[in-house]
Design a protein around this ligand. Structure first.
Ligand code: GDP
Ligand code: MG
Length: 224
């Protein structure tokens, strides 16, 4: 597959306090590895991965696979990088909002991250998946499963307990976010009115055009 050989370019952003495991989780997702050395992310960085997305209709019938090029943006959680990272919020189509199950403070700060998202993301109700990370450290857990799950339900976000160390639920969390984004884009396309007789006139161009449509949908045509 060549570099431009994909149907959709999707940009995701991981955010949350410093030390919750953003870099480790993205590294686990793209490379299947874990590095226990703590290396502070400076500013912003990204990793990439190709996946095939298959949507299911109401009858459970799976459609043709869509080739997705995922760009996973990794932010630095420290306050001093905030002005840098908020600029990237605008460009992302979905968010992995992370906290550390062994840190009460990182869970309390999830609210602050949500406020930041509401202010800077493409719309005030963006697609977010909440991840309580470090689930392998069960003996050091301070955030009860139910408390995090209730919080996520109140804010209508899926919730996963992940471990970047063992890989538990890492792909599931990213897949759930991709699913939300693809469904939102389908809704935006459904909502845009196409005058009778113009369908198939090539208004969207070829494969390159498709990618442009996706980016537009992520930035401005919010279907919430
Ligand atoms: N046990 C365990 N340690 C983790 C996990 N995720 C990250 N860590 C460790 O927590 C520290 C911070 O991780 P890092 O990915 O740099 O956090 P970031 O600041 O959010 O990017 C590092 O020492 C990691 O090895 C996890 O799921 N389980
Ligand atoms: Mg980091």
């Amino acid at each position: 597959m060549s570099d431009s050989d994909y149907d959709f370019l999707i940009k995701l952003l991981a955010l949350g306090d410093s030390g919750v495991g953003k870099t480790s989780l993205l590294y686990n997702y793209t490379d299947g590895k874990f590095n226990s050395k703590f290396v502070t992310t400076v500013g912003i960085d990204f990793r990439e991965k190709r996946v095939v997305y298959r949507s299911e209709n109401a009858d459970g019938i799976t459609g043709r696979g869509q080739r997705v090029h995922l760009q996973l943006w990794d932010t630095a959680g420290q306050e001093r990088f905030r002005s840098l990272t908020t600029a990237f919020f605008r460009d992302a189509m979905g968010f992995l909002l992370m906290f550390d199950l062994t840190s009460e403070q990182s869970f309390l700060n999830v609210r602050n991250w949500m406020t930041q998202l509401q202010m800077h993301a493409y719309c005030d109700k963006p697609d977010i998946v909440l991840c309580g990370n470090k689930s392998d450290l069960e003996d050091r857990r301070v955030v009860p499963h139910k408390q995090a799950e209730d919080f996520a339900r109140t804010h209508e976000m899926p919730y996963f307990e992940t471990s970047a160390a063992t890989g538990t639920n890492v792909s599931k969390a990213v897949d759930a976010l991709l699913d939300l984004i693809m469904k939102r884009m389908e809704r935006s396309v459904d909502k845009s009115w196409i005058p009778p007789g113009t369908a198939g006139s090539g208004a969207n161009g070829g494969a390159g055009g498709k990618v442009a449509v996706v980016q537009d949908a992520g930035k401005s045509k919010c279907a919430c």
